[in-house]
Design a protein around this ligand. Structure first.
Ligand code: PLP
Length: 392
C-alpha cells in the first residue's frame, strides 16, 4: 500500500465485497436498539420478506451472523449425518472449499473434478447420478457462480437432470456471487437449500449470511445428526426471528431493507440486464486486448457460461498477475481481485456486481489498459474502445 493517500476516488472493482450505496450506508447509521422492539421487528420482517422475493421463494430463511463460510457450515451440519455422501460439482476454489469444509465434518463429499475453464459437463453429471442406483448420494451441491473462475452453472438444467434420472438427492446451490446480479429462482428451479451472503449483489458489508430451506431440506434436517449449536435450525425455529442463536445483529437488516428497496425500485429484471450489459462490456474489452492470442484472455472458455458478476482474466505466461494488480492499486487507485488457489499469480478478477454503472466500469477498464501499457504487457487493441462499442 502506498504510504500517502492517493487523490481522487478509490475504484473498488473486487468481486465481493462490493460498493455499498450511500443510502444503504445512511440506513445503517444506527445506534443500538433492543432487537425485540417493535421498530426492529418491523424492519426484520420487511428484510426477510424482501429477501424471499429476491430468491423467488416462499420458504424458510435462516440468518446467521457469519460470512458465506458460516452459511455453508450451517447448511451442511443441519442437513447431514456423519458418513452421508454428497456430490459437490467442482470447478474452482469455492466448490473445492465447500467440499473440504464438508469433509471436515465427516461428510463424504465427493468433488466432481471438471475443467475449471468450462465448468461441469452435464452429461457426466447425468451419468454419475444414473449410476447411483442405491441413491447413496444424499445431495448435489452446485456453486451457481464460481467466483474464482467466472463460470456460471445452469442450475435449471441440473434440476432437470435430477428429475430425469429420478434421483431423490437434495439440490443445494451457493448463490453468494449470483443473487441480486443475475437470474436465480429457488422455487421454480427446485432448489432445496440456498446459501447466500450479504456482501455481493446485496450491496451490504460482509457479516450476514443465510440459508433458504425448502420442505425437503427441512425434512432432511429432522433426520440429520451432525453436531451443531449456534447454527441449529430446530432451535432457530422456536424463536420470533426463526433465525439466530443469541443476539440479533440489527444493523445489517436496516441496510438490507434499503438495498432491497433499491433493487426493487430499479426492477429485478433491469438489475439483471444492467449486470449483463456491464459484464458484456468487460468481456468485450478482454477479447479486444487478447485478439490474435497475444494478450490477456477470458479464463472462462465457454461463452454460454460467462458470468455477469465477475470476469477472471488470464495474463500471458510469465507475467505475474499480482504484480500487475499492485500497479493498478498503487498507481491508479483501482482494487481488483486476485487469483485463488492454483490461479494465484496467473489471473486477476474484475468484479462487476452490485452498485455499479457504465462510468465506473469504463473507469476501471481504462485504468487496466493504462496498467497494461505501464507494465508492457502485450495486448492487441484498445479494450476500452471495445467496451464503449459494446455499451453503445
Ligand atoms: N461461495 C462463493 C461463490 C464465494 O464467492 C465466496 C466468497 O467470495 C464464498 C462462498 C465464501 O464466502 P465468505 O468469503 O463470505 O465466507
Amino acid at each position: 500500500m502506498p504510504s500517502h493517500r492517493l487523490p481522487g476516488r478509490h475504484f473498488f472493482a473486487n468481486p465481493g465485497p462490493t460498493n455499498i450505496p450511500d443510502s444503504v450506508l445512511r440506513a445503517m447509521d444506527r445506534n443500538s436498539l433492543d432487537f425485540v422492539e417493535a421498530d426492529f421487528l418491523e424492519i426484520f420482517d420487511a428484510a426477510r420478506a424482501g429477501l424471499q422475493r429476491l430468491l423467488f421463494t416462499r420458504h424458510e430463511i435462516f440468518f446467521y451472523a457469519a460470512t458465506g463460510h458460516g452459511a455453508w457450515e450451517a447448511t451442511m451440519v443441519n442437513l447431514f449425518s456423519p458418513g452421508d455422501a454428497v456430490l459437490i460439482i467442482g470447478g474452482g476454489y469455492f466448490s473445492s472449499a465447500w467440499a473440504a469444509l464438508s469433509k471436515s465434518f465427516g461428510i463424504e463429499a465427493e468433488l466432481l473434478e471438471v475443467d475449471w475453464r468450462a465448468g461441469a459437463n452435464l452429461e457426466t453429471l447425468a451419468a454419475l447420478l444414473a449410476a447411483d442406483s442405491t441413491h447413496r448420494i444424499k445431495a448435489v451441491c452446485a456453486v451457481h457462480n464460481e467466483t474464482s473462475t467466472s463460470v456460471v452453472l445452469p442450475l435449471a438444467d441440473i434440476r432437470a437432470i435430477l428429475d430425469n434420472t429420478g434421483h431423490p438427492a437434495l439440490f443445494l446451490a451457493d448463490t453468494i456471487s449470483s443473487l441480486g446480479c443475475f437470474e436465480f429462482r429457488m422455487d421454480d428451479w427446485g432448489v432445496d437449500a440456498v446459501v447466500g451472503g450479504s456482501q455481493k449483489g446485496l450491496m451490504l458489508p460482509a457479516g450476514l449470511a443465510f440459508t433458504a430451506a425448502g420442505p425437503k431440506a427441512l425434512a432432511a434436517h429432522r433426520q440429520a445428526r451432525l453436531p451443531r449449536f449456534y447454527f441449529d435450525w430446530t432451535a432457530m425455529l422456536t424463536r420470533r426471528f426463526r433465525s439466530f442463536t443469541g443476539t440479533v445483529p440489527i444493523v445489517p437488516f436496516f441496510g438490507m431493507v434499503e438495498s432491497l428497496r433499491l433493487l426493487e425500485a430499479e426492477g429485478l429484471e433491469n438489475v439483471w440486464a444492467r449486470h449483463h450489459r456491464l459484464g458484456a462490456a468487460v468481456r468485450a474489452a478482454v477479447r479486444a486486448w487478447g485478439a490474435g492470442n497475444q494478450g490477456p484472455e477470458l479464463y472462462c472458455t465457454d461463452p454460454s457460461r460467462t458470468s455477469d458478476s465477475v470476469t477472471t482474466i488470464l495474463l500471458p505466461e510469465g507475467i505475474n498477475a499480482d504484480a500487475f494488480r499492485k500497479v493498478l492499486l498503487d498507481r491508479y487507485n483501482v482494487s481488483t481481485g486476485g487469483g485463488l488457489a492454483s490461479l494465484s499469480g496467473r489471473v486477476f478478477r474484475i468484479g462487476h456486481m452490485g452498485d455499479l454503472n457504465e462510468a465506473m466500469v469504463l473507469g476501471t477498464l481504462g485504468a487496466v489498459e493504462l496498467a497494461l501499457k505501464a507494465c508492457a504487457i502485450p495486448h492487441a487493441n484498445s479494450g476500452l474502445a471495445a467496451a464503449i462499442e459494446s455499451l453503445t
